[in-house]
Design a protein around this ligand. Structure first.
Ligand SMILES: Nc1ncnc2c1ncn2[C@@H]1O[C@H](COP(=O)(O)OP(=O)(O)OP(=O)(O)O)[C@@H](O)[C@H]1O
Length: 376
């Protein structure tokens, strides 16, 4: 049976159900991430789990016990919460904010023992914020504040930690550090992590389970590897322009439309900077001859309808090469991405020769192309 479990959970505001029939379960020490578009209800679900918002139906269990039956103190010992709602404690140092995480364990006067103080310092160290201990919390940047709130949650030594968009204000280094800390807590202390993230690529990499929130019930739940086949992310977020590449975990912006104005002879990753330069200028292009296991293919197919590619591990057939030649001649201009021509892509050497024979302009890489654009 799952350690963290919801059964027919219904959430919403003022008695109006927003999302219903949320039934999921995960084991202790695993990471569950809620993903989905803005306004889908991720925060609403998280707040209903932590009892900041009263659930409208169903059950939430941790370790087999219904969370809504717990005392506030028990809740605070079991579940640490890092929400995005601005807390702006007046005149408190960061050390004092972090120490609030120890209150479920202190006596009625809230006096910290030496052990509590040690735990506070360790938590500050863990988030690389020891130097902020004496600083006034109100003067911190959003990113620093986020790390202090995580330290407070760590201090609480919870069984479950719930975080709403914990990476929102962090730069890339601190995003990676925060996710590493969560993974370590899950692995070493068997803490169960339930959070929301907007960075799908990071969500896929860190999570044991994803919950896709969209519509009036949750769209999907399961391990990231099982959830998404091609195009699923585009559908979840209703991406109409641009696209999300699942393999790379990266976003491509809106593809240029129209008849190709240039043919990129690419392969081996040399094409990618050319494709991106053309996308920025919204210049439609054709490209080839690629292989479908080539990194260039992954980006090219998101940005062009005219990609000449052979199946992985198979030679490029004559028909494909002829079609690429015709496309090159139609485009009337060529970018030589700089891919070395060797045994298995010698057809690309032929394409470049053909371009020269026919007197087409051949630009050297994306810089050559941009030089042309800027009149150099
Ligand atoms: N206090 C409130 N009272 C009524 N409706 C609310 C309240 N807070 C949020 N909502 C609405 O509930 C819906 C879900 O909001 P929620 O904040 O849970 O979405 P989210 O998935 O976390 O979005 P985001 O990614 O933008 O943070 C939205 O339509 C929002 O406008």
């Amino acid at each position: 049976m799952g350690y963290f479990k919801t059964e027919d959970l219904a959430v919403g505001y003022d008695g109006q159900v927003l999302i219903h029939d949320i039934s999921i379960q995960i084991e202790k020490g695993t990471i569950l991430t809620l993903i989905g578009p803005n306004g889908a209800g991720k925060s609403t679900i998280l707040k209903s789990i932590t009892r900041h918002l009263t659930k409208l139906g169903g059950m939430v269990y941790i370790g087999g016990r219904e969370v809504y039956a717990w005392s506030a103190r028990e809740m605070a010992r079991q579940v640490a919460v890092v929400l995005t709602d601005r807390i702006r404690p007046e005149l408190m140092t960061c050390g004092e904010v972090v120490a609030m995480g120890r209150y479920p364990y202190t006596n009625a006067l809230g006096k910290l023992t030496e052990t509590d103080k040690r735990i506070v310092r360790q938590a500050l160290e863990r988030v690389h914020a020891l130097e902020l201990e004496e600083r006034d919390f109100a003067t911190l940047s959003d990113g620093q504040r986020q790390r202090i709130m995580l330290a407070r949650a760590i201090c609480q030594q919870p069984q479950v930690i719930v975080l709403d968009e914990p990476t929102a204000y962090l730069d890339i280094r601190h995003k990676i550090e925060l996710l590493d800390i969560l993974r370590e807590m899950a692995r070493e202390q068997r803490v169960t992590v339930v959070m929301s993230l907007h960075e799908i690529d990071l969500a896929m990499k860190i999570s044991d389970y994803l919950l896709c929130v969209k519509g009036d019930t949750v769209a999907r739940f399961g391990p990231p590897e099982e959830l998404f086949a091609g195009g699923e992310i585009d559908r979840l977020y209703e991406i109409e322009h641009g696209s999300y590449n699942l393999l790379f975990g990266s976003v491509e912006l809106t593809r240029p439309e129209g008849a190709p104005q240039v043919f990129v002879v690419g392969g081996g990753g040399f094409g990618v900077p050319c494709y991106r330069a053309l996308q920025k200028q919204q210049v439609p292009f054709a490209t080839g001859v690629l292989f479908e296991n080539d990194v260039d293919f992954q980006v090219a197919r998101e940005l062009s309808d005219h990609v000449y590619a052979a199946p992985a591990f198979e030679p490029a057939g004559e028909a494909l090469c002829r079609a690429a030649e015709q496309a090159l001649l139609r485009a009337g201009a060529v970018i030589d991405a700089g891919t070395p021509v060797a045994v298995f892509n010698r057809m690309n050497g032929r394409l470049l020769e053909l371009a020269r024979e026919k007197g087409l302009r051949v630009y050297r890489g994306w810089k050559g192309w941009q030089g042309k654009e800027s009149g150099v």
